[in-house]
Every structure is written in structure tokens, then in C-alpha cells.
Design a protein around this ligand. Sequence first.
Ligand code: SAH
Length: 246
Amino acid sequence: MARHRRYLKAISWFLCMVAGSLSLPYGAFCESPDHYAAARQRMVLRQLKARDITNPKVLSVMGTVKRHLFVSPRRASQAYDDHPLPIGEGQTISQPYIVALMTQILDIKPGEKVLEIGTGSGYQAAVLSYFTDQVWTIEIRKGLAENASKCLRALGYEKISVKHGDGYFGWPEYAPFDAIMVTAAANHIAPHLLDQLKMGGRLLIPLGSTTYYQTLTKITKTPKGNEVEHLLGVVFVPMVGKILEK
Ligand code: SAH
């Protein structure tokens, strides 16, 4: 039995090393001792509370989700630093503050349906899943979609639905959504996403030049038309796919 456990440990260690060298997320294979609990609490205090994150649930969720398991093991020690991190294929996981801010702005209530465009590592989707059990997320890069899906399953976020595809078209089968969060920069809003938003629903998107910086923009669908709020300057990796053909 002890021998059996030793083999399992050796296999798990080997897969961790493979994950590290391929930049796969930790969570895809590894056991998850929480070596970063203190770093995570420091991040909540210094990067979120010290700024304008005031929603207690957002603060508590950001203090709970193990961000270091959504990046490759060799980047785990930087996972709670105040900046974005590479997740492979030239893409990045957003800075913790931006994840918290976007979550706070959307203010998801239990039972609401949320669609995220740009799954990336799966971290933002994991954060959203503490607010509602109805989270859908779409990723255009197959490798990232597969990794995120594996990582989310391995960490127990089984209810999040991950799809490999172009988020420009939304996910009509599950529409309408109460909230849509786009986590890649776009120079316009895909009409499909607006169509798939409920009346009263909110859409949050980094809107503007995809090569420089964007304005985080919140759209609320009202019977009188779309209410638009320009919130703050941000820098996201560009949305690709159909959006580039327009
Ligand atoms: N939310 C992610 C980070 C997003 S980075 C996280 O928590 O880790 C932006 C992601 O959007 C990248 O993974 C990129 O591949 C993806 N993306 C770009 N264009 C897209 C599109 N048209 N549809 C879906 N995903 C897209």
C-alpha cells in the first residue's frame, strides 16, 4: 500500500514537472497545499481593500480562490503580485485588482446567468462561480480552453461550463444572460452579445484600441436603449476571431 502511494506521488510529481515545463496550470495535475494563504491575504489587504474594492463578498472570494493554481508552477510565486501574468499562447491572466473590480462592478446575484468571453486560465470564471452557480465561459484558443477546463475540474469547479469557440457569437443556447463579462479588448461590441443580454442585464468590456489601452465600459440594457458608462482606463490582450473582420 505504502509502495502504491509512493508510485502515485512519483507520478503526480512527474506530471507537475511536465505541467511546469509546458506552462500548464498547476491545478491540472497537482496536489494543492496552500503555501500561498498569507500572500493571498496580503494581496486582498494591499491591492484590493487599500484601493476601492469594498464589496465584502468580493474581498472574501478573492481571499479564497487559489490563484497560484491557475498559472504554471514556475509562476506560482508571483501569482499574488500586483500585475498580470503570462498563461501561455501570448495571453495573460489579469491583475488581481482588475478581476476583483470587474466582479464588483457586475454585482452578480445568486441564480443569475453569467457569460464570460475569454476564459484564459479559468481564474475569473472560478471567482464568478462563488456568486452564482450559472457560469458559462468561452475561449477561442483550443489549448487554453482545454487547460482551463481541466484545471477547473481538478479544483472542483465542476459547474462552470467551458466552451472552445469564438465568443463574438456568444452562447445562444443558454441566452439570455443577466451579465456578460468580456475579458479581451475589443474596438466594438459584438451585436450577438447585446442580443443575448436580458432586459436590465449588464455587459462589461474593455472597449477601444486593441493595440494600446481601452476604457472599461459598462452597458446596461434598458427599455429606453443601452445605458453606457465609461469607467476607467485598462490594458487587455486583444479579442481575436470574427471581431477582426469588421
Ligand atoms: N479571464 C482570463 C484572462 C483573459 S485573457 C483569466 O481569468 O485568466 C483574454 C483571453 O481571451 C485569452 O485567453 C484569449 O485567447 C481570449 N480570447 C480572445 N479573443 C477571443 C474570442 N473571440 N472569443 C473567446 N476568447 C477570446
